[in-house]
Write a protein that binds this ligand. Structure first.
Ligand code: M6R
Length: 612
């Protein structure tokens, strides 16, 4: 939550900061602000100018068009509000009373109230209701001419999560520090960058350093220095990022979400690339995990990643016959799960920074579990803390509603299930070969799902039901999570209330909701339980519900009873969740656009949830 950018170099800082923030706005869009200063000569100091506005970045950009800030050192912030309303005063950056020291912060200062009381008693004047502002005043108190030392000393008093960047009128450097909240440093020639995430920096450099928890960095035009909070020098590896800058731009699409939906065939190709061995028919995973070295698996994740984990549970139990438990991370970390060194804990995450998942991982490690991350973002906190990583290689995902990361996560779970099944001897060669064929077909099938006439039809269906107050999504077996994910997508971006259920559960409660106003999306693609799904459709129809059936091309069973039919390409049942969900992503997308919602920045949400 919250996006941070920092720059020191020779360019116009305002342009770098606004560009960087536009690529980080998915992290929060309650307000935006920048602070810029010119380089000072010798011992003279230069004034820092701050411009900040409630609302999306466009509001600030408009303000800056009228009154631009000049200078080549600056910091910028896009906010997801935790403490205090999303208004101008609470927008970052926050400055000291004399305006000589300015900070931006991502995270939560847990002991801010007691710190604030002390600061008020010592005469500091606060202009905002945020927890972050205490940092500016604390650093001001510890400042005696050396900004790095002052930040270090102030942070010793702080408890909580922070990614912080500080600039001072007397210095041609910016000082950053992180604990929990992510910070990436970009290395240029004669310039240095900071960002909460890689896409912010991609147009300028691909050489990046992921700062670790407890790191502090001092950046100047001449380079950087990394220490810990005790002042001990730290060496951090420079990672060459292989994403290109265009990958983080809209590339002609109206929204990032639509672009990312269309990127799925490529993302899936990348997830599978080099992992399916043509000659032996084996799955080859670049992980050191011993496939027979554990007795049970726990999979932990949040949101969409949790639904990918539910598909993973089904696949791993079916193919590898290992008991699997799946839990949402915020529950798992506090429920004292039974974990030992015979447990493999898998964390699934697009960002690798979701705090609930990260903390659940840490809890599991304390109990001696082996850990594996199924993760998209390279260099993220989780990738550094797990024993092994299975990257999903989906590329940067900017849209707040996850799409390509979901299908890539499910594909990675599928690969893992196949790999475990083969290694543990539970998957026979025939079934293995059939499935492998199904997996190989995935990019093509998803490409086919995105043919213009299919997309246009889904758009029509979405527009027909756009004014519905509620929606119900039903699915069964390996596609029960598809229904949950379909409902989540719709509610996130259209704000229509949607429930997802395993279709067999409908008669145990949700059936009471059905009337002629309720659209019920039923995932009724080919499966060994299709007849039972058709019975569920009939039960909905018997109560005048409106059925939108998601069926396999050429279907004649489920379509017969449906009000509207969405056909998808035929896929092996085990891989069908990946093909089916694409239609539900589009249904959600076109419902939201018909209602004129801001799909890339749905209200109240942020892409990466780094607060508990
Ligand atoms: O980065 P992660 O995969 O750990 O994020 C988990 C959830 O916050 C995320 O999937 C969220 O539910 C998305 N908005 C779903 O579209």
């Amino acid at each position: 939550m919250c996006g941070i950018v920092g720059y020191v170099g020779y360019r116009n800082a305002q342009d770098v900061l606004l560009g960087g923030l536009s690529r980080l706005e998915y992290r929060g869009y309650d307000s935006a602000g920048i602070a810029v200063k010119a380089r000072s000569m010798g011992t003279s100091s230069t004034q820092i100018t701050v411009s900040k506005k409630a609302g999306k970045l466009a509001v600030l950009a408009q303000e800056l068009e009228n009154s631009p800030l000049t200078g080549c050192i600056g910091i910028g912030h896009t906010r997801w509000a935790t403490h205090g309303l999303p208004n101008d005063a609470n927008a970052h950056p926050h400055a000291t009373e004399d305006g000589r020291l300015v900070i931006i912060h991502n995270g939560i200062i847990e002991n801010y109230l007691s710190l604030k009381e002390g600061l008020l008693a010592r005469g500091h004047v606060f202009r905002s209701e945020t927890d972050s502002e205490v940092l500016a005043h604390l650093i001001e108190e510890t400042y005696r001419g050396n900004l790095e030392l002052a930040v270090r000393e102030a942070l010793r008093q702080v408890r909580g999560a922070y990614g912080i960047v500080v600039t001072h009128a007397d210095h041609n450097q910016i000082v950053a520090a992180r604990t929990v909240s992510p910070l990436v440093m970009g290395i240029g020639e004669g310039e240095m960058f900071l960002g909460s995430d890689v896409p912010a920096l991609l147009p300028y450099t691909r050489n990046m350093i992921f700062l670790h928890d407890g790191d502090m960095a001092v950046l100047s035009q001449d380079g950087y220095r990394i220490t810990n909070l005790e002042g001990v020098e730290q060496t951090r590896e420079v990672t060459l990022i292989d994403w290109d800058a265009e990958a983080a731009e809209k590339g002609g699409f109206d929204t990032f979400m639509l672009k990312e939906i269309y990127e799925q065939p490529t993302a899936l190709t990348n997830t599978l690339m080099g992992r399916l061995h043509d000659e032996t028919g084996e799955v080859v995973l670049d992980i050191a995990l011993e496939p027979a070295g554990f007795e049970r698996i726990h999979i932990v994740a949040c949101g969409t990643a949790y639904y990918a984990a539910l598909v993973g549970e089904y696949l791993i139990e079916q193919l590898a016959r290992v008991p699997v438990e799946v839990d949402v991370a915020s529950e798992y970390r506090y429920r004292e799960p039974l974990v030992d060194d015979k447990t493999l804990v898998i964390v699934v995450s697009q960002s690798g920074e979701t705090i609930d998942t990260l903390e659940a991982l840490r809890e599991a490690k304390k109990s001696g579990a082996k850990t594996l991350g199924v993760i998209n973002a390279k260099g993220s906190s989780m990738t550094r803390e797990v024993d092994d990583v299975l990257y999903i290689h989906a590329g940067p995902e900017i849209g707040v509603a996850s799409t390509k990361a979901y299908t890539a996560m499910v594909s990675a779970m599928l690969l893992l299930a196949l790999w475990l099944g083969r290694a543990r001897g539970t998957l026979n060669a025939k079934m293995g070969a059939e499935l492998l064929h199904g997996v190989r077909e995935l990019p093509r099938l998803v490409e086919e799902s995105l043919q213009p006439e299919r997309v246009a039809h889904i758009k029509k269906v979405a527009e027909k039901y756009k004014d519905s107050r509620d929606y119900l999504f039903l699915g069964r077996g390996v596609n029960a999570p598809t229904a949950l994910e379909g409902a989540l997508k719709l509610k996130e971006i259209s704000y229509i209330h949607a429930e997802g259920y395993a279709s067999g559960e409908m008669k145990h409660g949700p059936i009471a909701l059905i009337d002629s106003n309720l659209p019920v999306v039923v995932v009724a693609t080919e499966s060994r339980l299709l007849e039972k799904t058709v019975s569920a459709i009939q039960e909905v129809k018997a109560r005048s519900g409106k059925v939108i059936a998601l069926v396999t091309d050429g279907d004649s069973m489920a379509s017969r009873h449906a009000d509207d039919v969405i056909s998808v390409p035929r896929a092996h049942e085990m891989v069908s969740p990946i093909v089916n969900v694409v239609a539900l992503q589009l249904l959600a997308y076109f419902t939201a656009t018909a209602l004129e919602r801001d799909v890339d920045k749905p209200r109240n949400l942020a892409k990466s949830v780094t607060v508990e």
